[in-house]
Design a protein. Structure first.
Length: 276
C-alpha cells in the first residue's frame, strides 16, 4: 500500500469576491489574525504526514511562493535584535523538510484542469487535495481523518459535512447507498448545487484523497459550460467504474471564500486568543 505523501493546493483563482483587497494580494494570503489562510491549510497537510506540497498557481500568486521561502534579510534582523519568538514564526520547524513545488496554470479552466496540471508530479500515487478556502479546525485534522479512512477502505474518498436542507442549493450534494450510520458512506452520485429535490443534506467540502485514476477521467472529460473542466464531473465518471467513499469528518468549518465565513473564522480564533 502506497503511503500518501503528496497534497495538491489549487490556488490560481482570482478571488474576485474579496476585491479590491485581492487586486494585489492573493486571496490565500489574507490573514486570519496573524497567519495567512494558506498557512493553515499547509499546516493541516504537514501534520497529516504530507511531505510534498504542490501549488497550482497563476502569475498573480508569487506572494505564496515568497511566503514559504526564506527571507534572509528579515531573519538576520530578527536574530540580531533578539526577537527569537518572531523568528520562529517565520522560520517554522514543521516546514523545514517539506518539498514545495509550484506549477503554473496559465489560464483559468476550472478545478479539474488545475488538478490535471499536477499529474506529472503525482504519477502513480494516491494523493490529497486541499482547497484552502475551507478552513477546517480539528485535531486530528480533516485531511488526516480522510487519509486514515482511505488507508482503511483503499478507495478514493471525499470530505462531507451535513448542511441545513434549505441550503443544499449552495453546495455539491451527494447521494449515498443508504442513510449514513457511520462516518464512512458509499457514494452513488454528486449533484452540483441542486435547485430542488436534493438527494441528501451531505455536502462536499474542499478535502479529497483520490487515486491517480482520477487523471484518466479528467483527461477524457469534455469541458462544461464556460470551457471549464470540473473535478466533480470527473468524480461522477469515476463512480460509474469504481467505488468512491464519502467521509463525515469531525471539525469546525469556515468558508473563507466568502466574506461572512472569513469574518466568522477571525471571530472564532480571536475568541480563543482572548480566552488564553
Amino acid at each position: 500500500m502506497k503511503k500518501i505523501t503528496k497534497a495538491v493546493f489549487p490556488v490560481a483563482g482570482l478571488g474576485t469576491r474579496f476585491l479590491p483587497a485581492t487586486k494585489a494580494i492573493p486571496k490565500e494570503m489574507l490573514p486570519i489574525i496573524d497567519k495567512p489562510l494558506i498557512e493553515y491549510a499547509v499546516e493541516e497537510a504537514v501534520n497529516a504526514g504530507i511531505t510534498e506540497v504542490i501549488f497550482i498557481t497563476s502569475h498573480t500568486k508569487r506572494a505564496i511562493e515568497d511566503h514559504f521561502d526564506q527571507n534572509f534579510e528579515l531573519e538576520e534582523k530578527l536574530m540580531n535584535s533578539g526577537k527569537k519568538d518572531f523568528l520562529n514564526k517565520i522560520n517554522r520547524d514543521i516546514f523545514q523538510n517539506i518539498k514545495f513545488t509550484y506549477v503554473r496554470q496559465k489560464s483559468q479552466k476550472g478545478l479539474g484542469d488545475a488538478i490535471l496540471h499536477s499529474e506529472h508530479l503525482i504519477q502513480d500515487e494516491p494523493f490529497a487535495i486541499i482547497l484552502a478556502d475551507d478552513l477546517i479546525l480539528n485535531s486530528p485534522s480533516c485531511i488526516k481523518q480522510l487519509i486514515s479512512a482511505y488507508e482503511q477502505n483503499q478507495s478514493s474518498i471525499i470530505g462531507l459535512n451535513e448542511v441545513p436542507k434549505n441550503e443544499t442549493e449552495k453546495y455539491g450534494i451527494v447521494s449515498v447507498e443508504e442513510s449514513p450510520s457511520s462516518k464512512t458512506v458509499l457514494l452513488k452520485d454528486i449533484i452540483e448545487k441542486p435547485k430542488s429535490n436534493a438527494p441528501s443534506n451531505l455536502a462536499v467540502v474542499g478535502r479529497y484523497v483520490l487515486s491517480n485514476k482520477i487523471f484518466e477521467y479528467l483527461r477524457n472529460l469534455k469541458p462544461s459550460v464556460g470551457g471549464e473542466v470540473q473535478l466533480t464531473d470527473a468524480i461522477k465518471l469515476m463512480l460509474k467504474n469504481e467505488k468512491v467513499m464519502g467521509y463525515l469528518y469531525e471539525g469546525v468549518k469556515f468558508d473563507c471564500g466568502s466574506r461572512h465565513g472569513y469574518v466568522n473564522a477571525i471571530r472564532h480564533l480571536a475568541e480563543e486568543i482572548f480566552d488564553e
